[in-house]
Design a protein around this ligand. Structure first.
Ligand SMILES: [Zn+2]
Length: 364
């Protein structure tokens, strides 16, 4: 191809699809809208690459293309534990919840996991209702996400890191070693690869479940939740990269914002700069803390607490300031400033032994 040739547009490529179907008749076995979506995905990837100047589209060889989309349905394809897909037919599914009244099935994405041994049908449903974004009101908490504790809130509520990866790592290592010893592409190699893929899938599920339940726990405790706008991807490049990826902080923040929206709680991100260097009591700059300096001890006002609790409170202060600045859109608090405190006490008593740990850190 000449480099001067203009880049083919989506419509152009879509038109070529009919040509390709003539020269490669086996394409016809796939539903037309699925192939169109495939071209669209490639096109979007190119566009993103052109605008961002990185992320060169990767060739999807056999086994790399893990999902496909049916973008349109005339009537409800789900019936009695079966889903009816064009060109594929009826497939039995494990339907997790019924489609609520008034909703229409918009599209279905079929997703393959663990080398094509686990399949999901992700159903997108649509309804003509506008749900307003939750407005700031009531009690707020600031959440500091970190490595020592998975998170600490401004109320000093701690969630310890679930060491999914490291607990499962030894098992994963064994499986990976076994897999590397098999002859490539042999039957036993395939079996061993499958074992690795399944375990990875299981770890991802456990992590996601932990993120969901933690998000709900936080939503029980407050009406407004503030987190830092840290770019976790950048931080994961540092020397603590493995633990950072293990925590899956980016996914947690995304899920937290979604859970907040679903439960009508206000969610916002605040500037992450210097959150560990400012005193939440008197706003004094206390200077940079080393990574192993776990205590905040303010020389100005004498306020002493753990480092992550202090940054949790700084995050809350910043969040409240942000909310105060665009006051025009505030909702009146429904049940007073104490909403969520009772739930906080309940959550706290569940991990009472953490108190002791914290006391020890402070006395050091
Ligand atoms: Zn201070």
């Amino acid at each position: 191809m000449s480099p001067d040739l203009p880049f083919p547009s989506y419509l152009e490529q879509k038109r070529q699809l009919t040509q390709w179907k003539k020269t490669n008749p086996h394409y016809k076995a796939v539903h037309s809208q699925v192939t169109q979506d495939c071209v669209k995905r490639l096109h979007n990837t190119w566009e993103r690459f052109k605008s961002k100047k990185f992320g060169f589209p990767r060739f999807k060889k056999y086994g790399r293309y893990q999902s496909f989309l049916f973008p349109q349905f005339k009537d409800n394809p789900i019936n009695n534990g079966f889903i009816k897909l064009p060109k594929i037919g009826e497939v039995q599914i494990n339907q997790h919840r019924p489609i609520p009244d008034g909703f229409k099935v918009k599209g279905v994405r079929i997703v393959a996991r663990a080398r094509g041994t686990i399949w999901y049908a992700v159903v997108t449903i649509q309804c003509d209702v506008k749900v307003p974004a939750p407005l700031p009101f009531g009690r707020g908490i600031g959440v500091d996400i970190g490595l020592e504790s998975f998170l600490v809130t401004s109320d000093n509520f701690r969630v310890e890191p679930a060491r999914f990866f490291r607990d499962w790592q030894s098992r994963l290592k064994v499986l990976q070693r076994q897999a590397s010893r098999k002859k490539k592409k042999s039957k036993n190699w395939e079996k061993a690869q499958l074992g690795v893929a399944r375990l990875n899938h299981q770890i991802a599920n456990i992590r996601k479940n932990f993120h969901y339940s933690t998000s709900h726990q936080l939503c029980d405790q407050a009406d407004m939740i503030f987190v830092e706008d840290i770019n976790f991807k950048m931080t994961a490049r540092g020397f603590l990269g493995k633990q950072m990826l293990d925590g899956g902080f980016g996914q947690f923040r995304d899920l937290l914002s979604w859970v907040c929206w679903k439960r009508g709680k206000y969610f916002a991100q605040v500037d992450h700069k210097y959150t560990s260097q400012i005193c939440p009591e008197c706003n004094a700059h206390t200077g940079k803390k080393g990574l192993n300096e776990r205590v905040h001890n303010c020389p100005e006002c004498g306020y002493k607490t753990t480092r992550d609790h202090a940054s949790g409170r700084v995050i809350l202060n910043r969040g409240l300031e942000q909310v105060r600045l665009d006051k025009s859109e505030t909702k009146e608090s429904g049940n007073g400033v104490l909403s969520g405190v009772l739930c906080l006490d309940k959550c706290r008593s569940r991990n009472a032994n953490l108190r002791e740990l914290e006391a020890r850190t402070l006395s050091r």
